[in-house]
Design a protein around this ligand. Structure first.
Ligand code: 13P
Ligand code: SF4
Length: 301
């Protein structure tokens, strides 16, 4: 039996579904039941009927799935090896200390964060839901944790609240420089339409024709009548984008998130067969983090 057939057999036997982020390896996206951005995958994790979820992404995504669906078994085959760098860029103590400096303040936490940080937050957000969430809150000040770039992006869109960005960032998106974009335009032509993730710096975002989440970037390219694009986000998105746009010319920067490349079909198979990588979230953290994640899904409905 080949590996795909064996995974299929085990999925049925264990009543399992496979969820994968757009940044995962192509052979992992190919065998997943659901592929999407972090918001979509959180919704699916909560609503899907299967008993077991095999999550293919990074650690905070798998923990969010467990928090949103505490009665399901969540397997993340590389649980200890694949954190997002932003999971280490804020602490609950630091957030509470900063929050105490402001009156009429709410903590909005990007899902790319640890579960303990989510637990001291009022509401979580993803890059596809951040504007809706911030618009919906009734308060003067928003402590935005942990991505300073997404924080400054949302501050540009919202003018009735004071956004105080934390000082974290994604080590893959934040290091892209305007000169990298210039270099790509020089090499491939200035007619390229530029689509960038809001985790990029303001200087890079200002050069883009479109700024949005991974699903937003896919939609922009899919719906555009133009034929040539420069994509400024993690290069794993190429797999889905090529399927959706076989006739378009797509240029990618060499942006690779190592944490996103740790799952292979073989690791999924082992995880399903042996229960490797089961996700458990500390009980004390669970309640607060669930409130913040549930608030995100409820407000975005
Ligand atoms: P999305 O929410 O757009 O899927 O992004 C997640 C992420 O990790 C971006 O680096
Ligand atoms: Fe985290 Fe950046 Fe990787 Fe996204 S690309 S998972 S923000 S390290």
């Amino acid at each position: 039996m080949n590996i795909k057939d064996e995974i299929l057999r085990l999925k049925e036997e264990k009543d399992a579904v496979i969820l994968a982020h757009y940044y995962q390896r192509a052979d992992v996206q190919e065998i997943a039941d659901y592929v999407g951005d972090s918001f979509y995958l959180a919704q699916i994790a909560r609503d899907v009927e299967a008993e077991t979820i095999v999550f293919c992404g990074v650690r905070f995504m798998a923990e969010s799935a467990k928090i949103l669906a505490p009665n399901k078994r969540v397997l993340f085959p590389v649980y200890t090896e694949a954190p997002c760098c932003m999971e280490y860029m804020a602490t609950p103590e630091g957030i509470l200390q900063e929050k105490a400096k402001y009156e009429d303040v709410k903590v909005v936490t990007y899902v790319n964060s640890s579960s303990a940080v989510k637990a001291v937050s009022d509401v979580c957000c993803t890059s596809s839901s951040v504007e809706r969430i911030v618009n919906n809150l009734q308060c003067k000040n928003i402590l935005f944790v942990p991505d300073r770039n997404l924080g400054s992006y949302v501050a540009e869109q919202i003018n009735d609240k004071n956004i105080i960005p934390w000082d974290g960032c994604c080590n893959i998106h934040d290091v892209v420089k305007p000169s990298d974009i210039e270099g790509a335009l020089e090499e491939h032509g200035r007619d390229l339409l530029i689509a960038a993730h809001p985790e990029c710096t303001k200087e890079v975002r200002d050069m883009a024709d479109y700024v949005g989440s991974t699903s937003g970037i896919l939609k922009f390219v899919r719906e555009s009548s133009q034929k040539r694009f420069l994509i400024v986000t993690e290069a794993g998105i190429k797999y889905q984008m090529k399927i959706e746009n076989p006739e378009k010319e797509l240029i990618f920067l060499p942006m690779i998130c190592k944490a996103m490349k740790k799952v292979f079909p073989e690791t999924i198979l082992e995880s399903l067969a042996e229960g490797r990588g089961e996700v458990f979230v500390d009980e004390e953290v669970m309640a607060g983090a669930k409130r913040a994640l549930d608030n995100m899904l409820d407000i975005s409905r």
